[in-house]
Design a protein around this ligand. Structure first.
Ligand code: ZN
Length: 176
């Protein structure tokens, strides 16, 4: 088992819609083990397959109170609004306050092929929505208003100039 390289913004794999998983098998389970290791190493609480270069619809997560693997996830209901300072392992050193639904109902299957149904709110709901975005080729920069987008572009330019000098993630920031 080895940690995998996390793909960063600019990599086309992060911008394509991933395919439904058709085989929930041992190979998928091994890949999930590697993704957990990668996520923990990066101090993230969620990681979607495209972030390690795999165009398939599943993600791993562990937000402290619960964790697991969700394959072919779908949001079947959402309501409310919640603003949260959101960071992404594929968009290093940046975070933005993004408003999304506060509560969602997520369905999918687990690694045994059993159906999953989770009513999530706040951080967990945020995490699931963020990972779903990854499976659709969407990144946090797509949720920004004009001012936030300007700030993001400047920061990304500076980061390109300072490539190789990545700062450690800020204290307390949640990264998915
Ligand atoms: Zn992310």
């Amino acid at each position: 088992m080895a940690a995998r390289e996390i793909r960063l913004i600019g990599d086309p794999v992060l911008r394509t819609r991933s395919n439904e998983v058709t085989d929930v098998d041992g190979a998928l389970a091994r890949l999930c083990d590697e993704m957990f290791e990668t996520m923990y190493e990066a101090a993230g609480i969620g990681l979607a397959a495209p972030q390690v270069g795999v165009r398939q619809r599943f993600f791993v997560y562990d937000h402290g109170e619960d964790g697991g693997v969700i394959v072919n996830p779908e949001i079947v209901e959402s309501d409310g609004e919640w603003a949260f300072d959101e960071g992404c392992l594929s968009v290093p050193d940046l975070s933005f306050e993004i408003v999304r639904p506060r509560r969602i109902h997520l369905v999918g299957i687990d690694l045994d092929g059993h159906e999953i149904s989770i009513e999530a709110d706040e951080l967990e709901a945020r995490l699931f929505q963020h990972e779903l975005d990854h499976l659709d080729g969407v990144l946090i920069v797509d949720h920004l208003d004009e001012d936030q987008l300007r700030e993001a572009k400047r920061a990304l330019r500076e980061r390109t100039l300072a490539a190789g000098m990545a700062a450690p993630a800020g204290g307390g920031l949640r990264l998915f």
